[in-house]
Design a binder for this molecule. Structure first.
Ligand SMILES: *[C@@H]1O[C@H](CO)[C@@H](O)[C@H](O)[C@H]1NC(C)=O
Length: 311
């Protein structure tokens, strides 16, 4: 942090609404979404952890995604809920930077994991005979460690650039957490480098997994069309459609909000985008992946039976 009389010690988070009745509604809504996300993803992690049938790459990646989702929503929503309850809107500079760092980490991890999961489905459907050879445990571990590593590098880069910025007297953020793009708009320093890095890093972080996903799905669709039995076609399609839903939800919002980060976007676009991909995506993932999946349902049943018999 640059010391000096021109920088500020705290930010004011205006949240999603300034109306009191609206705040109460938002509190209930976001508390509900937070609890459902934590429980839903927690159950996925436990179910996969306890069922050795599900110790396959696809489910281990899914467990990693669930973990990243819970962490992602936990960076923003609890602080927002506390602020509504205590009627305080401030967040210290250090907390704000910390929140920004971790929100970047988990969004980037989500991004990479979606790419990894698409690659996994690609190998499983387009190269089934070599699946176990290609996706051996060491590669799987690598494919989960790399996203964690890269996302921390990305977050560190943005954070180191961010703390160089000076905030003259503008510290009022019309947002519900310390999100990088709206924060940059407040600074009175020259933000050229920050914006450029946000754009370039953002572009590459999004493009690389997206290309992987696109490539995988072209192969998957071609392979699916070649399957002759109707049942087999349906099975391949339903495994991938849940993944495709998440991917579309996630990239649709990210592209809308972050590809054109500091242009003439109204503030509401920022907020809606942030709600969609830091709150709604983590909330939806457990349902999209588990409700239509027989193996997951079986694992959930086993988990419940185990809990009962141990009581
Ligand atoms: C993430 O994946 C790795 C290997 O692919 C696995 O060992 C680990 O248990 C997973 N993490 C979670 C939280 O399930």
């Amino acid at each position: 942090m640059r010391q000096g009389n021109q920088t500020i010690s705290e930010f004011i988070l205006l949240g999603l609404s300034s109306q009191v009745e609206m705040q109460e509604l938002l509190f209930v809504l976001f508390l509900g979404m937070y609890l459902v996300t934590v429980v839903g993803n927690g159950v996925i992690i436990l179910a996969i952890g306890f069922d050795s049938n599900l110790h396959t790459p696809m489910y281990l990646f899914l467990a990693n995604l669930s973990f990243a989702d819970v962490s992602s929503i936990s960076t923003s929503v609890p602080k927002m809920l506390v602020n509504i309850q205590t009627k305080s809107q401030s967040i210290s500079y250090k907390s704000c930077v910390t929140q920004m760092y971790f929100s970047i980490v988990f969004v980037v991890i989500d991004n990479f994991l979606l790419g990894v999961m698409a690659y996994d489905r690609f190998v499983a459907i387009c190269n089934p005979l070599h699946y176990t050879i290609i996706m051996h445990p060491r590669l799987c571990l690598l494919l989960t460690v790399i996203p964690w590593f890269l996302s921390n590098i990305v977050a560190l880069t943005h954070t180191l650039l961010f703390i160089q910025l000076i905030f003259c007297d503008r510290n009022i953020l019309p947002h519900f957490f310390c999100d990088l793009a709206p924060l940059l708009k407040l600074s009175c320093s020259d933000k050229m480098v920050n914006e450029l890095v946000l754009f370039i890093v953002g572009l590459s972080v999004i493009t690389f997994p997206f290309a992987l996903i696109l490539f995988s799905y072209i192969c998957i669709i071609r392979a699916t069309l070649r399957i002759s039995s109707k049942e087999g076609k349906w099975k391949a399609f339903s495994t991938c459609s849940s993944h495709l839903t998440v991917v579309l939800l996630f990239y649709g919002t990210i592209v809308g909000v972050y590809f054109f980060p500091l242009s003439a976007h109204p503030e509401n676009t920022d907020k809606i985008g942030a709600v969609l991909f830091t709150v709604v995506t983590p909330l939806m993932n457990p349902f999209i992946y588990s409700l239509r999946n027989k193996d997951m349902k079986g694992a959930l049943r086993k988990l419940i039976v185990k809990k009962r018999s141990s009581l």
